[in-house]
Write a protein that binds this ligand. Structure first.
Ligand SMILES: *[C@@H]1O[C@H](CO)[C@@H](O)[C@H](O)[C@H]1NC(C)=O
Ligand SMILES: *[C@@H]1O[C@H](CO)[C@@H](O)[C@H](O)[C@H]1NC(C)=O
Ligand SMILES: *[C@@H]1O[C@H](CO)[C@@H](O)[C@H](O)[C@H]1NC(C)=O
Ligand SMILES: *[C@@H]1O[C@H](CO)[C@@H](O)[C@H](O)[C@H]1NC(C)=O
Ligand SMILES: *[C@@H]1O[C@H](CO)[C@@H](O)[C@H](O)[C@H]1NC(C)=O
Ligand SMILES: *[C@@H]1O[C@H](CO)[C@@H](O)[C@H](O)[C@H]1NC(C)=O
Ligand SMILES: *[C@@H]1O[C@H](CO)[C@@H](O)[C@H](O)[C@H]1NC(C)=O
Ligand SMILES: *[C@@H]1O[C@H](CO)[C@@H](O)[C@H](O)[C@H]1NC(C)=O
Ligand SMILES: *[C@@H]1O[C@H](CO)[C@@H](O)[C@H](O)[C@H]1NC(C)=O
Ligand SMILES: *[C@@H]1O[C@H](CO)[C@@H](O)[C@H](O)[C@H]1NC(C)=O
Ligand SMILES: *[C@@H]1O[C@H](CO)[C@@H](O)[C@H](O)[C@H]1NC(C)=O
Length: 774
């Protein structure tokens, strides 16, 4: 067996052989000096300490650098007091300080050690460690008196800390060189900002120049490129009661890396490429215009590489539009409509893939659950947004913002696909509070919906419609919701779905059920509605006992309400929506029995990409479908008017307009027509309604209903005429034509040889005669 020489000795011998003057070990003892031209070399040969002149300067500094790249200076002792010639001397003072003298024995620099009680038998030793740390120790009890890692200049090496001791207030800060020739303190510092959620800041004097975004468990939220280098580094972020700091470790001893606050104000992670003999930049910040602090002002969001970099967050608009048009975004954005400030009127919209806003004034609780965080924010009027503080796993912790949201930026994934994939899992999202009134469409996350509906449990099912199952649920805020889970395998693309649903969300009318949001995950698509306590109209009008609770007045109000809702869909909403499936089951009732049309637009939502046959069998409901739809598949607003007429007659009569095969006990459109001709309309009225003091009203109502179910679409009134006729005594509606062919009996008619002929209808304008003097 060969005896192995200690590495240190080999280097010492080697150095002695070719450079006799060099002090070529890693250790300096008390009483020894280091003069210009002498070096300490770490035992692994990576780091070297000695005197140097940067670039073209002639000033001499004592520093530490990478031996393979002497320009890569990682630490400078006398950065602010250069030596003017090569006569500097470093030694250990017997009071326990490291001292640098010039040739006239004037002290140029000293390690201001805190060692107050230096023992008489003090035995100091200075060593340059393999990590690049220069350590001054008391050999007697192996106590570290001073170390260069506690006094960084512009470089962070593996094993160093960048942060703050929360007990003593001591900070580890990087500060840039003034320029390449001058290591004295420059304009830029990189420090840990500990207000709110800790994050790194680059400051230019006292101004924030750049934020990394808070730590999310894996990386800084604005520096996603960090992800994907996990095979090379272990990134550390320690935040406990004593300290908060960022650091890193190298997974291989052969990797050389440094993290530098450079003279241009850019923070860079550099890795040595031994083949090319250069330093590669792995990531840097700021990296684009959006990284410059508060580029888009309050409530603005920055999109890198866009012609127009700044936008306002949803629900906000430019506070200074003129300046914005001229690309000056500093004025930021203002809210379009104030928050309602109640859990009922406010919700959240999720902003994904962003660098989280400055959390300086935010409240941080690392122990709170994300759900509690959301609820707490919803309940607190001053809370504007929330986010988990840690996105690892299911996410945890809570950051709540209650002042203007500043410095938000869309971030992109890492530089390759793999990294993007990893990144998307960790995507940071901000729950931005917004008023439903103003919302385009809040997106609920699946977790919330599952929790709200007892995991979509069967006992939570409250209904089932053509397009899905409806579950009842309760949000953590206490708000009751109806979740419609769309079934079937729609090939509709996500963006089309979002467009449609966003459109629906914009429909705001007291006679339409409000969509609170949607939830999308893989093939699951859900719509979240406000929950209606009194279920749907069919529960009432087709139930013997419940029917009796509906007075004439209530019925008339329900009919009028439905008409108003439909008018809004057809004309007033700007979108001209045809409902296509108006029926008793799609009219929901709130606590005060106000009717609210539901499922509006869903028919249209599905029409585009489903087979024609399927459309015919699924969309529309027997008894409510107009003849032109049955025979020709033609649909217009007048088809909705037809359905409305049927519904009106059903509400009056309490009977379902169904084409019963045997026509036993059948009451429908043709029965109404028969009574109309016999002038005995009162017989149509549900026997459950007692009083008959409203004969004229009933007559007018049925008259309107019969106008609506006329065979020819053009004969049917528009919804605005319907409302006018229903609400005014002054109008004399035209006489209705006979409803569709007697063979169809107004109910669903499967007979394709229907007598309806398109084009043969006579168009009869509704004549409106006003009483004189009114
Ligand atoms: C170290 O330098 C001092 C001057 O600062 C000198 O007096 C002393 O002799 C030197 N010691 C050695 C061992 O060179
Ligand atoms: C280094 O010094 C040379 C010579 O003075 C100068 O031209 C060059 O700009 C310097 N490099 C930097 C990066 O300052
Ligand atoms: C070195 O510079 C110092 C001032 O920094 C001066 O006092 C000293 O005389 C100079 N020594 C030589 C050898 O030039
Ligand atoms: C030790 O001596 C040096 C040089 O005189 C001085 O700058 C330093 O403050 C002293 N340190 C302590 C701890 O007294
Ligand atoms: C060395 O250890 C003793 C206790 O054994 C302690 O009192 C002293 O402070 C230590 N020395 C230093 C420089 O910390
Ligand atoms: C890396 O360095 C450490 C400490 O210097 C040493 O214990 C370890 O064996 C080294 N690992 C390799 C792979 O060289
Ligand atoms: C934090 O609050 C202070 C005092 O109100 C304000 O000046 C500062 O702009 C706020 N910072 C952020 C990031 O909102
Ligand atoms: C959070 O929880 C940890 C461990 O459960 C505890 O040590 C710490 O004090 C808690 N912090 C706060 C702010 O409650
Ligand atoms: C709401 O949030 C603010 C800011 O964090 C806080 O000062 C206030 O106590 C909170 N109010 C309630 C009722 O929790
Ligand atoms: C839905 O469609 C997708 C793609 O066309 C298919 O992979 C999936 O199995 C379908 N799911 C059902 C339940 O039919
Ligand atoms: C409608 O719902 C409310 C609240 O649940 C209830 O008090 C009321 O009796 C219901 N109305 C009818 C007609 O059932």
């Amino acid at each position: 067996m060969k005896a192995k020489l200690p590495k240190q000795l080999i280097i010492a011998l080697f150095m002695f052989a070719c450079k006799p003057i060099a002090l070529s070990v890693d250790t300096l003892y008390g009483g020894q000096n280091i003069t210009d031209g002498q070096y300490l070399i770490s035992s692994n040969g990576i780091f070297e300490l000695g005197f140097f002149s940067p670039n073209s300067s002639t000033d001499r500094f004592l520093g530490i650098w990478f031996k393979v790249s002497t320009d890569a200076v990682v630490w400078v002792s006398n950065r602010d007091s250069p030596l003017k010639n090569t006569s500097g001397i470093l030694n250990i003072h017997n009071n326990g300080s490291l001292v640098l003298y010039d040739s006239s024995e004037r002290m140029v620099w000293s390690s201001s050690s805190k060692a107050t009680s230096i023992q008489n038998d003090f035995s100091p030793v200075l060593q340059l460690k393999d990590s690049g740390n220069l350590i001054l120790k008391d050999q007697k009890n192996n106590t570290i008196i001073w170390q260069s890692f506690d006094h960084p200049t512009d470089t962070l090496l593996a094993g160093m800390k960048l942060g703050k001791n929360l007990k003593t207030g001591f900070e580890w800060v990087l500060s840039s060189w003034k320029n390449k020739n001058d290591p004295s303190e420059g304009n830029y510092i990189c420090m840990m900002d500990t207000q709110g959620a800790p994050e790194l800041h680059i400051r230019d004097k006292d101004q924030i120049r750049y934020r990394t975004g808070m730590w999310n468990g894996i990386s800084f939220s604005g520096l996603t490129q960090m992800i994907g280098y996990g095979d090379m580094f272990t990134f550390l972020f320690v935040w406990d009661n004593d300290e908060v700091w960022y650091g890193f470790e190298l997974k291989s001893n052969s990797t050389l890396s440094r993290f530098v606050m450079n003279v241009a104000g850019i923070l860079q992670r550099l890795v040595w490429d031994p083949n090319q003999q250069t330093w590669n930049v792995f990531w840097s910040g700021p990296q684009d215009e959006c990284d410059y602090y508060a580029k888009c002002g309050s409530f603005g969001i920055c999109q890198p590489n866009n012609v127009i970099a700044c936008n306002c967050l949803r629900g906000f608009e430019a506070a200074t539009p003129t300046e914005w048009n001229m690309r000056d975004y500093t004025g930021g954005c203002k809210r379009r409509a104030p928050l309602g400030c109640t859990a009922k009127s406010d919700g959240f919209y999720e902003l994904k893939g962003v660098k989280l806003p400055d959390s300086n004034n935010a409240t941080v609780d690392v122990n709170m659950s994300v759900e509690d965080c959301k609820v707490k924010c919803l309940m607190n009027c001053s809370c504007l947004a929330y986010s988990p503080s840690d996105t690892t796993g299911k996410g945890s912790g809570c950051v709540m913002w209650n002042t203007a949201l500043v410095d938000i930026k869309y971030i992109t994934g890492g530089p390759d696909v793999l990294r993007k994939k990893r990144y998307s899992k960790l995507e940071k999202s901000l729950g931005l509070k917004e008023s439903f009134k103003d919302a385009d469409l809040p997106v609920f996350d699946m977790e919330t919906i599952l929790q709200a509906t007892n995991n979509l449990f069967i006992t939570n099912v409250v209904g089932e419609g053509g397009f899905g199952i409806v579950y009842k649920g309760k949000l953590p805020s206490g708000q009751e919701i109806a979740v419609k889970r769309l079934t079937g395998n729609s090939s509709q693309g996500l963006s089309e779905f979002m467009n449609e649903v966003t459109l629906i969300a914009k429909l705001q009318h007291r006679n339409l059920v409000r969509v609170l949001g949607c939830c999308i995950q893989n093939n699951e698509r859900m719509l979240i509605y406000e929950f209606m306590k009194n279920k749907s109209l069919d529960f009432f009008i087709f139930d013997k006992e419940k029917r009796a609770t509906l007075s004439w007045r209530t019925r008339l109000e329900i009919v009028t309400g439905i008409a108003r809702g439909l008018l809004y869909l057809h004309h007033d909403s700007r979108y001209n929506i045809i409902h296509r499936d108006l029926k008793a089951a799609n009219v929901l009732l709130d606590e005060e029995m106000n009717p609210k049309i539901s499922d509006f637009g869903t028919a249209r939502l599905f029409q585009r990409d489903q087979a024609v046959i399927r459309t015919e069998t699924v969309i529309g409901t027997r008894g409510y479908m107009s003849p032109e739809y049955i025979t020709e598949g033609k649909f217009s607003v007048k088809s909705d008017v037809y359905s409305f007429g049927v519904l009106l007659l059903e509400i009056m009569s309490g009977k379902r307009n169904m084409g019963n095969q045997n026509l036993v006990a059948y009451v429908g459109i043709n029965f109404a027509w028969k009574l109309w001709e016999e002038e005995s309309i009162l017989k149509l009225l549900d026997e459950a309604v007692e009083s008959t003091t409203f004969e004229t009203e009933l007559l007018r109502c049925v008259h309107v209903g019969l106008l609506c179910v006329q065979e020819c679409p053009d004969d049917r009134p528009s919804m605005s005429s319907v409302i006018m006729m229903l609400s005014s005594d002054n109008l004399v509606p035209p006489a209705p034509n006979k409803p569709s062919s007697s063979r169809s009996i107004g109910g669903f008619n499967a007979d394709r040889h229907h007598s309806y002929e398109s084009g043969s209808c006579s168009v009869d304008e509704i004549t409106i005669t006003c009483m004189e003097g009114r």
